[in-house]
Design a protein around this ligand. Structure first.
Ligand SMILES: Nc1ncnc2c1ncn2[C@@H]1O[C@H](COP(=O)(O)OP(=O)(O)O)[C@@H](O)[C@H]1O
Ligand SMILES: [Mg+2]
Length: 162
């Protein structure tokens, strides 16, 4: 039997608000164990998406592109670990930021995920964003790794419902 399940979707986001709304949809269904890798150049909208994610998870605190911080933790019923790997020299450094614990207990969103790919779990969401002109961002969301009916699949399905 052919498995016709969708595992990727194109993203066309015509405003920052739309990118935040995408993050929010994911946040509204987010459960512990959800890992999101965000890929894209500076200004592609990675932080905007994480801001929406935090809102959807009903978390307080400002989400921003940290200049010198590698990880910020937003506490809540389900905590969010927001990682910006841009300045990370070695993926192993993430262990110092509680990576293993949060991987089990919370949601992890990683900007510049290409820099820490070696330690990301196989089962995760991959979101690519790219500049597409003023106000426009295009990209793709992909469900990676084997599994069904888990936090990752729930988040993926919520993301592609518009
Ligand atoms: N469709 C869009 N989605 C997200 N951000 C957008 C969009 N259009 C324009 N922008 C602008 O692009 C910038 C995105 O910044 P940010 O989310 O910090 O990017 P990154 O974290 O990828 O470096 C913001 O200044 C935002 O206002
Ligand atoms: Mg950023």
């Amino acid at each position: 039997m052919t498995d016709s399940r969708t595992t990727s979707a194109r993203l066309v986001l015509t405003s920052e608000a739309q990118t935040e709304a995408l993050g929010q949809r994911i946040g509204e269904v987010a459960k512990a164990g959800l890992v999101i890798g965000l890929y894209g150049e500076l200004g592609a909208g990675k932080t905007a998406l994480v801001r929406g994610l935090a809102r959807g998870m009903a978390l307080d605190g400002r989400v921003r592109s940290p200049t010198f911080t590698i990880a910020s933790l937003h506490r809540g019923a389900v905590p969010l670990l927001h990682v910006d790997a841009y300045r990370l020299d070695d993926p192993a450094e993430l262990a110092l930021h509680g990576w293993q614990e949060w991987h089990q207990e919370g949601v992890i969103a990683v900007e510049w995920a290409d820099r820490v790919e070696s330690i990301l779990p196989a089962r995760r969401l991959r979101i690519d964003l790219a500049h597409g002109g003023e106000g426009l961002r295009q990209g793709q969301i992909r469900l990676l790794g084997e599994g069904r009916g888990d936090a990752i699949e729930d988040a993926f399905l919520a993301a592609i419902v518009c």
